[in-house]
Design a protein around this ligand. Structure first.
Ligand code: SAH
Length: 247
């Protein structure tokens, strides 16, 4: 008797445009019978989903989505659980693996990387991440705000380039203001800042500014904010952090 063994692909879709999705992500979706994801991301790949079972759900349903993926894989289905950007960067990969490991499940899971927002935004801005950088999410939904403040403080003190994810939402307006104040303790007010909205997808907007003026610009949940280190400069519309080469 033969039976089909299920599998879960945890797929990063990249920032949005199809050209920025890795070929293996496309392949995984193609091989899958069941596709599970947040509805906005399902829309990004809708054209690839003909003849597949599609399960889309709203925000904050992450655990339910992973449980569904496991349920379908246990029935012998090949499942793709999709995230935007890289699935392992504030995405679905960790949650899915935690659930599988907790259950001691022998279902095979494979994480397929994607271009994360920081990398997409950096490419839009020039080359701001040429030196050590820290990625910090300002969302205090799952992380205590004191922890976030401490990490901003340490990254700023260490002269890291800082990429802020989830910088500001309707319900979270103050966090970015506090983050800026902490950074100003260690970083010059003229430190270059790049604000990229919808990087590498429809509606892309790129703003070059400074730490002093950054809050004068629109910042929301579709935005990544990149704050330079002490060496970062802006010239001819490009934000660059030197690596140290004598050019
Ligand atoms: N897994 C995703 C990140 C999810 S957290 C990734 O790797 O990119 C969601 C946050 O990511 C958003 O609030 C925003 O700060 C950022 N983001 C995701 N895609 C983006 C894009 N195309 N342009 C700008 N910011 C983006």
């Amino acid at each position: 008797m033969s039976y089909k063994k299920g599998k879960i692909y945890i797929v990063g879709l990249g920032p949005g445009k199809r050209e920025y999705m890795v070929p293996e992500a496309l392949e995984a979706i193609e091989k899958s019978e069941v596709i599970i994801g947040y509805k906005t991301y399902i829309k990004l790949v809708e054209d690839l989903l003909k003849n597949k079972s599609v399960i889309s759900s709203g925000m904050r349903k992450e655990i339910d989505r992973c449980k569904k993926a496991l349920e379908y894989a246990k029935k012998g289905n090949i499942v793709s659980l999709i995230s935007s950007g890289d699935a392992g960067v504030y995405g679905m990969a960790g949650i899915m693996l935690e659930i599988l490991l907790k259950e001691d499940s022998n279902i095979e899971a494979q994480v397929i990387p994607g271009v994360t927002a920081a990398n997409a935004a950096a490419a839009c801005l020039g080359a701001p991440l040429m030196h050590d950088y820290a990625v910090i999410s300002l969302s205090d939904l799952l992380t205590d705000w004191e922890v976030i403040e401490k990490r901003i403080e340490c990254a700023a003190k260490g002269d890291f380039i800082i990429c802020l994810y989830n910088p500001k939402s309707k319900g979270r307006q103050k966090q970015i203001e506090i983050a800026r104040k902490i950074m100003l303790k260690y970083k010059d007010k003229d430190t270059p800042v790049g604000i990229v909205r919808n990087a590498k997808r429809e509606g892309e907007q790129i703003i070059l500014t400074t730490l002093d003026k950054m809050l004068e610009n629109k910042i929301d949940m579709l935005t990544v904010v990149v704050i330079g280190n002490s060496q970062t400069f802006i010239k001819n519309g490009k934000m660059v952090t030197p690596r140290g080469y004598k050019v």
